[in-house]
Design a protein around this ligand. Structure first.
Ligand code: HEM
Length: 509
């Protein structure tokens, strides 16, 4: 496919043609993770005073403080150059507290309106037992549901403190802090189990990138990740809308043609250039993971060195990539750190020549999270079908060290998509938590699946297995416990800049 060439800083970036995206109206996080700002803080807030909260938001927008995908920042390559960055998003409850009318609320996705703590959603996501909403640190009950997520990025801890304090001073009369979580990338791209993360991303049409197209796969319509553009079905995704009368200052664009009954005045598009954000604080049992891997791979008849090699191999088999990021299908027996760190080739693979998972197990995290060409028999159809279940991930590791308490590590998992049910929830429910995925029958995702939690045996006492065909001989490893536990989160709407201006505007209900 012909590429459109765009100059981005000193590098030349190419984009597969697509709809013209309004970069200046889209929050930067959609296109880059602010990778040069290694420290981040998630500040979860509740509205104390609606009028003041709107005034606060107005000022943020007027001063152009919300990072967008344009200006000093270049889309597509994680090349944001600012000293700090800030993104802002709202839960359904938050939008209500900002004065969004009940009629407008009905135009948001049902999953978003119900919230992550909803019983049905919790079941879909495997948030049960120790991961059940009532056990969360935030977001699990009406009292702890945040209204606003303010995500702050800075160069180091001290810098972040100053940045946060300057914002706190401005919002403290309007908003109350309910939970604060720091997450940082001081270990580079490595997540707490020790694997390189942040490798595989959807290739979005119209977004310049310096990565080679070979490493990116099928180009995807932007509407899978940004409201207001065509999605993978060639349709506009459901986008929240406002009756014309509720936008007297004409701050919002009209919904696209063809979205309303012809002849009727077109309502205003509150969703355009916005997206839905999934935030989940996921605790990782790092000790438990490595103990399990060690015990399951140890053979008393082998040397210590051989056992160490097999431990690393088994861990890679559960993940689907080596710690370095090198994909198992490309180097099944030995890590290849050069390949792992090579952004032009570390995502250039398919699973078609490994139908039984002897190189990369069918049950591994990476193969479940994106089955690529092996979802159905026809590889092309498979990739096309799979492209309807993609997410953009922007997670960062966290480490909590409470005084006197036990250290906790995990991932502030952040994902973006325009259809929570078909994208994020589908991946978690149908691919990760489903014991029958990929012709398996009792095997869930060994990394992010809701496996058996020994502390909550009554919840689901099933003994799930990890099936590892080529390790070095086929093995079924039973008693796979849950290594990732939910600690709090919610679904957020991350509006475009015009929509933020509208939400902050003085309006009568
Ligand atoms: C603490 C929990 C998790 C850990 C430690 C983890 C770790 C990883 C690692 C190391 C990779 C490979 C690097 C990469 O391709 O970027 C990866 C890929 C991925 N993960 Fe996770 N993950 C976790 C949870 C989740 C969850 C909850 C989801 C979605 C529901 C998810 C979806 C994905 C996807 C879509 C990919 C890319 C697959 C591909 O395109 O090849 N992960 N994860």
């Amino acid at each position: 496919m012909a590429a459109q060439i765009v100059t981005s800083g000193s590098q030349t970036a190419a984009a597969v043609p697509g709809e013209a995206l309004e970069f200046e109206d889209i929050q930067g996080l959609v296109f880059f993770g602010h990778g040069h700002l290694k420290y981040s803080r998630y500040v979860f807030l509740r509205v104390k005073d609606e009028a003041r909260a709107r005034a606060w938001l107005r000022t943020l927008v007027e001063r152009k403080e919300v990072a967008t995908a344009s200006g000093k920042q270049h889309p597509g390559n994680g090349e944001a150059k600012g000293e700090h960055a800030l993104q802002v998003a709202f839960t359904a409850s938050g939008l209500e507290h900002m004065g969004v009318s009940p009629e407008v609320m009905t135009t948001f996705l049902q999953e978003f309106r119900e919230g992550m703590r909803d019983r049905r959603r919790a079941r879909i996501l495997g948030d049960t037992g120790g991961s059940a909403p009532e056990k969360w640190q935030f977001g699990g009950t009406d009292e702890t549901v945040p209204h606003v997520a303010l995500v702050l990025f800075g160069r180091d801890d001290a810098d972040l403190d100053v940045f946060h304090a300057s914002h706190r001073e401005r919002y403290q009369d309007a908003l109350e802090e309910v939970f604060i979580q720091d997450a940082d990338m001081r270990q580079g791209d490595t997540e707490p189990f020790g694997f390189r993360d942040g490798i595989s991303f959807p290739y979005i049409k119209g977004v310049p990138t310096t990565r080679t197209p070979d490493a990116l796969g099928l180009p995807i319509n932007a509407g899978e990740f940004i409201l207001g553009y065509h999605n993978a079905y060639g349709q506009y995704p459901f986008s929240p809308r406002v009756p014309r009368g509720e936008d007297p200052r004409d701050l919002l664009p009209e919904v696209p043609r063809g979205q309303t009954v012809s002849g009727e005045p077109r309502p205003k598009d509150l969703g355009r250039n916005g997206t839905y954000l999934v935030i989940r604080k996921l605790r990782q049992d790092v000790k438990g993971f490595w103990k399990f891997v060690e015990e399951s791979s140890r053979d008393p008849d082998r040397s210590a060195e051989e056992n160490e090699t097999n431990k690393e191999l088994l861990a890679a088999k559960l993940m689907g990539r080596w710690k370095s990021g090198a994909p198992l299908v490309l180097c099944p027996m030995k890590d290849d750190p050069m390949l792992g760190g090579d952004a032009t080739s570390n995502n250039h693979f398919e699973f078609g020549d490994d139908p039984y998972g002897t190189k990369c197990p069918l049950s591994s995290h990476v193969r479940r999270a994106n089955p690529r060409d092996t979802l159905v028999e026809d590889p092309e159809e498979s990739i096309k079908l799979g492209s309807r279940h993609l997410i953009i991930r922007r997670g960062r590791p966290y480490r909590d060290t409470p005084s006197g308490g036990e250290e906790e590590q995990g991932l502030m998992f952040v994902a973006l998509n325009t259809n929570l049910g078909r994208q994020f929830e589908f991946i978690q429910q149908t691919w990760m938590n489903n014991p029958k995925f990929n012709d398996l029958y009792d095997s869930k995702d060994p990394i992010a699946g809701d496996n058996y939690d020994p502390q909550y045996p009554e919840d689901d006492p099933k003994d799930y297995t990890a099936v590892v065909p080529g390790f070095p001989v086929r093995q079924r490893i039973s008693g796979l416990p849950r290594f990732v536990h939910m600690r709090g989160g919610d679904y957020f709407f991350m509006p475009g800049i015009k929509a933020l201006r509208y939400l902050g505007s003085e309006r009568t209900r």
